[in-house]
Design a protein around this ligand. Structure first.
Ligand SMILES: [Zn+2]
Length: 240
């Protein structure tokens, strides 16, 4: 686990980030996205759900629209204005052809070279069990990167086939291979996570900004131990 991480590729222009819930990207990855948009790259988000089952004290009918607004605000902090919601049910996303079809259509619409998604493994490392939504979306996104390029798979999903995805980068993987230096953008990552205020206030007694900063600085610092001591965001990179 002490092997050095490689720098993420930079020879691309368009990325699409596909995750299950509002806040999935903000728990680390958004600082890397800010570094990419600062460098002039285009990044769009696709959220498979609105995260309506994420706040114990709030009815899903109210939580869904609220979390959608918070997600759009947190995307804007890191320079992302294209944010789509696919409207699958939070907590019970089903892995299968219907999900792969929706994600292939999204990839055909956005034509990314880099696709980013969330940890698809069973655990976050050790015995910290991952959620079924993350596993389903991560795996279906890895699959859809290929599906999108095959005109005979889901032929009526989205526009023309797009076979231009060169990498799928899995955020928060317990098996990272690559990293992005976030020295200059970690603070925007903190502000991006802080936009999920209703969720965070329901989650922790801690003061929200201290909670966001503590969490993100901690993981960036641990990642940096394998990346020249610089605060970093890690990815497990699958090349195609
Ligand atoms: Zn999530």
């Amino acid at each position: 686990m002490t092997d050095a991480l490689e720098p993420m590729p930079t020879d691309w222009q368009r990325a699409l980030a596909v995750v299950a819930h509002p806040d999935d990207l903000e728990y680390g990855c958004a600082s890397a996205i800010a570094a990419w948009t600062d460098a002039g790259k285009e990044v769009a988000y696709v959220l498979v759900t609105r995260g309506e089952a994420g706040i114990d004290t709030l009815d899903p009918a109210k939580a869904g629209p609220l979390r959608e607004r918070e997600q759009r605000a947190s995307a804007a902090v890191v320079g992302v204005t294209r944010v789509e919601f696919l409207g699958h049910p939070d907590g019970v996303i089903e892995y299968g052809p219907a999900l792969r079809r929706d994600l292939a259509a999204a990839i055909r619409r956005h034509r990314p070279e880099l696709v980013v998604t969330i940890n698809h493994h069973d655990t976050w490392g050790g015995t910290m069990w991952n959620t079924p939504d993350h596993r389903a979306v991560g795996r279906a996104t890895l699959d859809a990167a290929s599906d999108a390029g095959n005109r005979w798979i889901f032929p009526d999903a989205g526009p023309e086939p797009w076979n231009g995805v060169r990498w799928v980068a899995v955020a928060a993987s317990p098996y990272p291979t690559h990293a992005v230096d976030v020295s200059a953008t970690l603070e925007r990552g903190v502000r991006s996570l802080l936009e999920h205020r209703s969720y965070i206030e329901a989650l922790t007694e801690e003061e929200p900004e201290a909670y966001c900063r503590g969490f993100l600085e901690g993981i960036a610092e641990r990642a940096g131990e394998r990346f020249g001591g610089r605060p970093a965001v890690t990815f497990e990179l699958f090349a195609r």
